[in-house]
Design a binder for this molecule. Structure first.
Ligand code: NAD
Length: 318
């Protein structure tokens, strides 16, 4: 018999965090959801507002504005706190600002006696996931970044739209840094078991040029949305809920998350987006795809870009 309920702590109830909380309640994922934010008023208001939607939710979720002592019995801590990307600013520009914020937050979480899983969404997500792993001292399997989950979702959506097929039947990954050096894995992209690289050769209406444009739209999607509405939050919030379900419900789902490489894809000592099996214990295993030469070299470039930024901050090995 289960001794206690699933408790998720959300730290950072800004645009991403509050959208995540809303999606969690709508999908009835956890029995308890605790909101923490520097801006107490906003967080408290969110807890009240969400609670008033409870009669319309598929199942009850106990939601309250809490503090770090609530982390002791938590299964999952989701980190959406910190500064976000300003127009024209890259995700990597945020590194120093958010590493400092994260050090303080992770120390407070660990001081509670927390012994669960961290899920990180704040940017630059690959670097901050590494920071959480370092600051927390938890096993690498229990620190997960949202990685390229959103980029992969954008990719699948646009490919589904292009081929006029349900996006859920599109199997394609974006891997690498969640940022400018990410890359599409065309060598393994398929729809219903048929490789997309073959599909474009069979019908005149399809072309590699269109596929290249689709990828560019994926890579630059955050910039396009930020130009229009200042921030992106619904897509990532739903992606975080998907990850939360994979974890709490022990789904063994394959998702492109930021996870620690120990030699996979020829690299080590960094967190970066690759497909991995996610379950109640965190990362069960990394799926190591056989990449084409071009994909491997682009992936290695992505690693190099991340490491150039991380090395002075974390003094890591290459
Ligand atoms: P936001 O400014 O709306 O919210 C950030 C929240 O963090 C604020 O409510 C703020 O009060 C809180 N905060 C700041 N410092 C804190 C601290 N020390 N303790 C507790 N709370 C603190 O920003 P947002 O739009 O919600 O974005 C949040 C993060 O998510 C950003 O880094 C953004 O770049 C990132 N993001 C990631 C993805 C992804 O795919 N991983 C997608 C979109 C946004």
């Amino acid at each position: 018999m289960k001794s206690r309920v699933n408790r998720v702590i959300l730290i950072g109830t800004g645009a991403v965090g509050s959208s995540y909380a809303f999606a969690m309640l709508n999908q009835g994922v956890a029995e308890e959801l605790v909101l923490i934010d520097l801006n107490k008023e906003k967080s408290e208001g969110d807890a009240m507002d969400l609670n008033h939607g409870m009669p319309f939710a598929p199942s009850p979720t106990k939601i309250w504005f809490g503090d770090y002592s609530d982390c002791e019995h938590a299964d999952l801590v989701v980190l959406c706190a910190g500064a976000n990307q300003k127009p024209g600013e890259t995700r990597l520009d945020l590194v120093e600002k958010n590493t400092k914020i994260f050090k303080a937050i992770v120390e407070d979480v660990m001081a509670s006696g927390f012994d669960g899983i961290f899920l990180v969404a704040t940017n630059p997500v690959d670097i901050l996931t590494y920071a959480v792993w370092k600051f927390s001292g938890l096993p690498k399997e229990r620190v997960i970044g949202s990685g390229t989950i959103l980029d992969t979702a954008r990719f699948r959506f646009l490919l589904g739209d292009y081929f006029n097929v349900d996006t859920r039947n599109v199997h394609a990954y974006i891997i690498g840094e969640h940022g400018d050096t990410e890359l599409p894995v065309w060598s393994h992209a398929d729809i219903g078991g048929k490789l997309i690289s073959k599909m474009i050769k069979e019908k005149e209406q399809y072309s590699q040029k269109d596929l290249d444009n689709i990828f560019l739209n994926v890579r630059d999607a955050a910039y396009h949305i930020i130009e229009r509405k200042g921030a992106t939050y619904y897509g990532i919030a739903m992606g975080l809920v998907r990850l939360t379900k994979a974890i709490l419900q022990n789904q063994n789902s394959i998702l492109t998350v930021s996870t620690y490489l120990s030699g996979e894809y020829g690299h080590r000592d960094l967190f970066i987006g690759v497909p991995a099996i996610v379950n109640r214990y965190g990362i069960r295993e990394i799926i190591e795809l056989e990449l084409s030469e071009d994909e491997q070299s682009r992936f290695s470039h992505s690693v190099d870009v991340l490491k150039d930024i991380m090395t002075p901050v974390f003094n890591q090995k290459s």
